[in-house]
Design a protein around this ligand. Sequence first.
Ligand SMILES: [Fe+2]
Ligand SMILES: [Fe+2]
Length: 237
Amino acid sequence: MKNKFSGIQAVGQIVAEFPQAAEIFKEHRIDFCCGGDKTLTAAVKELNLNENNILDKLNQAYATMENQHNDIGEVDWREESLTHLVDHIINTHHLYLQREMPQISEYVTKILRVHGVAHSELRKVHKLFHLLKLELEQHLIKEEEILFPLIKQYEKMSTIQMLEKIRTVTNDIESEHELAGDIIKELRKITNQYALPADACASFRVAYQKLEEMESDLFQHIHLENNILHPRLLSNA
Ligand SMILES: [Fe+2]
Ligand SMILES: [Fe+2]
């Protein structure tokens, strides 16, 4: 069977076409959201990975999925209405952050208090997480109050002026994604890939687990916005 994917494709496009690729990319730390326009070849080179190995995994996973006709309700967001996509982003990813960030805040504060003396990196974790929380709170408001209503309006009645306005906002939004991506990468580095120390208590475990979950959700979230939502608007020009 002919291979589905090749190194010249952009990593974000691969995930847009085959959402399960996100798992393979995450496993190898390939950034498919903020670094989504890089080709697979460029992305693996940067990380010193074996390109054939990654391509084999992708192509095999795709072939397995096809064999199983495993299209059980997997939505292709390139085909749905923009309004539906925007509502999905809010109901899935924005609600997740609004629910989880206050809880994570309590955990990272608690472990700083209990373990901060023995583990000085927790000061940085506390600071980086709260910086990210602050940035994201404003970011979600900007999307929900400015960008998404514009997109919904644009879908009903498209004008060049409105598209121009949307473009200005998406440029801003993408810089904010870049910043959030940098913070989340720094968090992974400072926690040594969320490795728990031998003396970690249950709160420590929950804090790291929740931070790692947030990373994963955020990657998927930014991917939908950067690689699907925004390009779909630009292609309407
Ligand atoms: Fe968002
Ligand atoms: Fe966003």
